[in-house]
Design a protein around this ligand. Structure first.
Ligand SMILES: Nc1ccn([C@H]2C[C@H](O)[C@@H](COP(=O)(O)OP(=O)(O)OP(=O)(O)O)O2)c(=O)n1
Length: 134
C-alpha cells in the first residue's frame, strides 16, 4: 500500500486517539461496543494464529520468511493491538498504566532468584528454592 506512514516511537495514547477518530469519522462508535470489540479482537488473534499454523516452530527473527509474509504478520499483529487499545478505551481502562502495574505485579509474583531459567508457573514455585534450569 502506498502513502502509509512508518514511524518509530508510537505511543498507546496516539493509537487510542487515532482509533477513536477513525471510528467517529465513519459513525462507527455505534458498532464499537465492548462485546463487539472483544469478538473482533479474538477474530484477529485467530488470523494471527493462522500465519503460524502448520509451520512448526520457527526461529526468532523469522529469517526464512519472505518480506510479504512479515508484512502480513505485522498487519495481523496490528489488528490485535488496535482492537485491544480500542477495547481498553471503550471500557475506560488506561492500558499503558494497567500494563505497567501488571509488570510490577509480575515481578513480585516471579522474583528473579527462584525463577531464573525456569518456566514454572508461580503456583509451582517455592520462593525459598533456587530452581535453576527446570
Ligand atoms: N468495525 C470495524 C472494522 C474494522 N476496523 C479496523 C480495525 C482493524 O485494524 C481493521 C480490521 O479490518 P477487517 O475487519 O477488514 O479485517 P482485516 O484487516 O484483517 O481484513 P481481512 O479480514 O479481509 O483479512 O479495521 C474497525 O476499527 N472497526
Amino acid at each position: 500500500m502506498t502513502g502509509v506512514s512508518e514511524r518509530e516511537g508510537v505511543t498507546l495514547e496516539e493509537l487510542k486517539k487515532k482509533m477513536a477518530d477513525f471510528a467517529k469519522e465513519r459513525d462507527w462508535d455505534q458498532f464499537h461496543s465492548p462485546r463487539n470489540l472483544l469478538l473482533a479482537l479474538v477474530g484477529e488473534v485467530g488470523e494471527l494464529s493462522e500465519i503460524f499454523q502448520w509451520r512448526g516452530e520457527v526461529p526468532r527473527g523469522l529469517p526464512e520468511w519472505k518480506e510479504e509474509e512479515k508484512q502480513h504478520l505485522g498487519e495481523e499483529l496490528s489488528d490485535v493491538l488496535l482492537y485491544l487499545v480500542r477495547l481498553s478505551d471503550i471500557c475506560g481502562i488506561d492500558l499503558g498504566k494497567a500494563a505497567l502495574r501488571k509488570l510490577e505485579l509480575n515481578a513480585i509474583k516471579y522474583p528473579v532468584k527462584p525463577c531464573e531459567g525456569s518456566s514454572k508457573k508461580h503456583t509451582e514455585i517455592n520462593n525459598t528454592d533456587n530452581i535453576g534450569g527446570q
